[in-house]
Write a protein that binds this ligand. Structure first.
Ligand code: SF4
Length: 330
């Protein structure tokens, strides 16, 4: 079969295998098991949603993949390159290909710099273009994210929350990255402008061929923007599937509970009749043995208390649907 011109030979942009990140607890021998044995693929041009409750490790996962944090164990390959085997210089070059969109964009923007110089800064750091070329590129980026070129001469505090997120996005795409990790990019914004930012992200993905790792606690948003979804619980991915499959046939009891918590559109004040989650997630310093979800699972069995489940394939019309749960074992 002949691939169309421009199709990458390797369909996977990002390949993560057995990723683990532990944080030592200050003044003790204990560690926080933030990310545990995470394996997944992200294809070129795809948006993979990573969902889960606050504290499940999804933001840490994003930062480890971007090499802002060093993993405790595992492998990360970006476009075939081993990100953990790079020299400092090679890593600096690789950073052009992967960028972060922050949740708290205001905190991430230097309030003393004008917007033009904030957006041009990544170009400057990487020695790209002369002063005029960088300025022209800055204007182009502002227009790409729906802002007027006059924004370049203003300071971040002169913009609304949505406009600031547009500035953050312009900065993130300045170096034409391949991978963008968007960490709760709309959760700090007014509901009225959330969909505008989501639509901008979708447009930029098509226009620039970006791939997103889209981190969110909001199942509705993830359904709107993602091609596939990975559900995280206490540092582990417990279910992964194409978005249609996950929302129409969720298999893991935790995924079912998350979906059950989405308000019903026909009765906005109500939620669905399926069971909701009981209790709080266990302390990640001391995760439960066996299945990590067993302390809250309505379907818990004896085996769940001692044996950690493998990931089982449960089939999907298109793509892989995997579930980490003994209910689906042989
Ligand atoms: Fe529930 Fe057992 Fe499945 Fe864990 S392995 S989700 S405890 S049924």
């Amino acid at each position: 079969m002949t691939l169309p011109a421009g199709t990458p030979v390797n369909p996977d942009l990002l390949a993560v295998n057995g990723l683990q990140k532990y944080f030592p607890v200050k003044g003790s021998r204990r560690v926080v098991h933030a990310v545990e044995d995470v394996t997944f693929r992200l294809r070129h041009g795809e948006t993979l949603g990573v969902v889960g409750e606050s504290g499940c490790g999804k933001s840490t996962l994003g930062r480890v993949i971007l090499r802002l944090l060093r993993p405790t164990a595992g492998q990360i390959r970006l476009d075939g390159r081993d990100l953990l085997g790079l020299s400092p210089r090679e890593l600096r070059m690789a950073r052009r290909d992967m960028q972060l969109i922050f949740q708290d964009v205001y905190a991430s923007l230097d309030k003393r710099q004008k917007v033009g110089s904030i957006i041009e800064e990544p170009l400057k750091v990487h020695g790209i273009g002369n002063r005029k070329e960088r300025r022209d590129r800055g204007i182009e980026l502002l227009e790409m994210v729906g802002l007027d070129s006059s924004a370049a001469a203003l300071y971040p505090h002169e913009f609304s929350g949505g406009q600031r997120q547009r500035i953050g996005i312009a900065r993130a795409i300045a170096l034409s990255p391949k991978l963008v990790v968007a960490d709760e990019p709309i959760s700090a914004l007014d509901v009225s402008i959330q969909s505008q930012i989501l639509n901008l992200l979708v447009d930029l993905r098509k226009q620039l061929g970006l791939s997103y790792l889209f981190i969110s606690h909001d199942m509705t948003v993830v359904e709107h923007i993602c091609n596939r979804v990975a559900v995280m619980y206490l540092g582990q991915i417990v279910e992964t599937a194409p978005v249609e499959d996950l929302y129409s046939s969720p298999r893991h009891p935790y995924t079912r509970a998350l979906l059950a918590a989405i308000p019903r559109l026909d009765h906005p004040g109500q939620r669905t009749q399926r069971p909701l989650l009981n209790g709080e997630p266990p302390n990640p310093e001391n995760p439960p043995p066996g299945c990590r979800f067993h302390t809250r699972c309505p379907s818990v069995m004896e085996i769940c208390r001692n044996v950690s489940p493998d990931e089982f394939s449960v089939g999907a019309e298109e793509g892989f649907h995997g579930v980490r749960c003994h209910l689906y074992g042989d």
